[in-house]
Design a protein around this ligand. Structure first.
Ligand code: SF4
Ligand code: SF4
Length: 217
């Protein structure tokens, strides 16, 4: 049978963890892929069902499928295999003598937690910056595209164009995040609301500021 295999040199977890979140065979208390102490994704081979879905989701193309012993083989054989690779090479254990071991559970270490929190924090800053920059661009564009300002009232004839630009600035964020490899699957309704709100605020401020400057000029 096949199981997923991580090419550690390609795995980049700084802004990723996609495979960890995505693996359909993972359970909360028993992940199939987890981030190890070396900050690289690691597959628990005996839990992997070989579906291959993680291969497609990895942005670094760091996941490949490899053949291992038949699924029907005793779990401890595969376990011994994994143990042998993960511990000192001198510590060989004969598969037939290996005691049945429960599937290993991964508990996040304090260092891993710290690294994850740091990556999330950096992502949040990047997302906020993108929302604000897009809001500003949308505000300035709205000013120039919503028609000539009435010198008496200080209004523009086509404010709906400004609204359309705002919507575009909000919608396009998902695509931008995917291009710069921010995991959008982790973002909930609250996060998207925040993105939209920040874009709206900067769009509104930029547009009204441009109008004020132009009106008082
Ligand atoms: S999806 Fe790829 S790059 Fe991201 S953590 Fe998994 S193996 Fe590493
Ligand atoms: S091959 Fe399937 S079960 Fe195995 S790690 Fe990848 S997504 Fe999970």
């Amino acid at each position: 049978m096949q199981v997923a295999y991580i090419r550690k040199e390609k795995c980049n977890t700084t802004m990723c963890n996609r495979c960890v979140k995505f693996c359909p065979a993972s359970r909360k208390d028993m992940p199939v892929i987890f981030i190890g102490r070396n900050k690289k994704a690691t597959v628990v081979e005996e839990l992997c069902n070989g579906c291959g879905k993680c291969v497609k989701i990895c942005p670094e193309k760091a996941i490949e499928m490899k053949f291992v012993k038949d699924k029907a083989a005793p779990a401890e054989e595969i376990e011994a295999d994994v143990e042998t690779k993960q511990t000192a090479p001198s510590k060989q254990t004969a598969p037939s003598q290996a005691a049945p071991a429960p599937a290993p559970k991964h508990k996040e270490t304090p260092e891993e937690k710290k690294a994850r929190k740091k990556a999330e924090h950096v992502n949040r800053i990047i997302r906020t910056a993108i929302a604000c920059i897009l809001g500003m661009i949308a505000g300035v564009s709205s000013f120039y595209l919503a028609g000539a300002m009435d010198p008496v009232t200080g209004t523009q004839p086509m404010p709906v164009i400004g609204l359309l630009i705002l919507v575009l600035a909000i919608v396009i964020q998902k695509t931008i995040f995917m291009v710069i490899r921010i995991d959008v699957s982790k973002l909930g309704k609250k996060d998207w609301f925040y993105q939209g709100f920040m874009t709206f605020v900067t769009w509104f401020l930029s547009w009204t500021m441009m109008l004020s400057i132009s009106f008082s000029a």
